[in-house]
Design a protein around this ligand. Structure first.
Ligand SMILES: [Zn+2]
Length: 279
């Protein structure tokens, strides 16, 4: 993948902060403890400072090269340029999301999050959250190496931001509250597949404008899309698949919708909610 463009101003580096505990449960426990100390009139930083620092994924020393953070920043900038233009064509104004790099665990407007959950988007604060350790996992556990695969992950989260700006997330959220569990899950899958399709739309336009794609890149991204497909994840963790608990869609569905976006470059080709469509 060929990316040499500008860096985004919207990357917030929270790596190596006190809350970044790699131990499951540890970060939350520490945060609760800090809150208790605070409520008792003490200094909560005395508690959070006790947290072991996480050297892995910590920011590089000032001035030192930090290629992964740099890459994320370039990709984010590219999504900003692409979506700004696409929104303008539709008479709308795109608002840039922010992207938070964190280590281990992070506090968002949507709650406390662990790296184990993978990258996510919080519609309440319009921020994408990513622990760069996820990329290592993508390479090693899901066998999805390659820089375009990494870019795809960001583009998918930005796809959720686009859904928030277009009011789709809110509509789906209220529909989910009225629906039964099965229907609610189906709606979540459609939301996820649409984010995949939007990632494809980004790839189409970024390539048209800046020729970012190299031989093999699309295969990389599709490999990532299918590696992160819920059926694969469930097979790896439990040995069997339970379709009704899918929240991201099957590998085949994710590949199909990414391709739709990539081939058309059109937002209106990403209507995963259209009535009667098999998803
Ligand atoms: Zn998603």
């Amino acid at each position: 993948m060929e990316l040499g463009g500008r860096r985004s101003d919207n990357v917030i580096d929270e790596r190596g902060r006190g809350i970044g505990l790699p131990v499951v449960g540890g970060g939350l426990g520490m945060a609760v403890l800090a809150l208790v100390v605070y409520l008792l009139g003490g200094d909560p930083s005395a508690v959070t400072n006790m947290a072991p620092s996480a050297p892995q994924g910590a920011p590089a020393a000032p001035g030192a090269p930090d290629p992964q953070a740099d890459f994320v920043s370039v990709v984010l900038a590219d999504t900003e340029d692409t979506w700004t233009e696409l929104f303008r064509e539709h008479g709308r104004t795109y608002e840039d999301p922010q992207l938070v790099l964190f280590t281990g665990a992070v506090e968002s407007a949507c709650g406390f999050a662990q790296q184990a959950m993978g990258p996510f988007y919080c519609p309440r604060d319009h921020r994408v959250y990513i622990d760069l350790a996820f990329y290592r996992e993508l390479r090693e556990r899901f066998h999805a190496p390659g820089d375009f695969a990494q870019a795809y992950v960001i583009a998918h989260e930005v796809g959720h931001h686009v859904q928030a700006l277009l009011g789709i997330s809110d509509r789906v959220q209220s529909a989910r509250q009225r629906a039964g569990e099965r229907e609610a899950n189906a709606l979540s899958v459609k939301l996820e597949l649409q984010a995949d399709c939007f990632a494809g739309v980004w790839a189409f336009h970024a390539d048209k404008a800046r020729q970012i794609l190299e031989q093999g890149d699309v295969e990389e991204a599709l490999n990532a899309a299918s590696a992160i497909g819920d059926d694969r994840l469930q097979k790896q963790s439990r040995g069997h698949v339970t379709p009704d608990s899918f929240t991201h869609g099957s590998s085949a569905q994710r590949v199909e919708w990414f391709q739709r976006g990539l081939k058309s470059g059109r937002i209106d080709q990403c209507d995963t909610f259209a009535a009667g469509r098999r998803t």
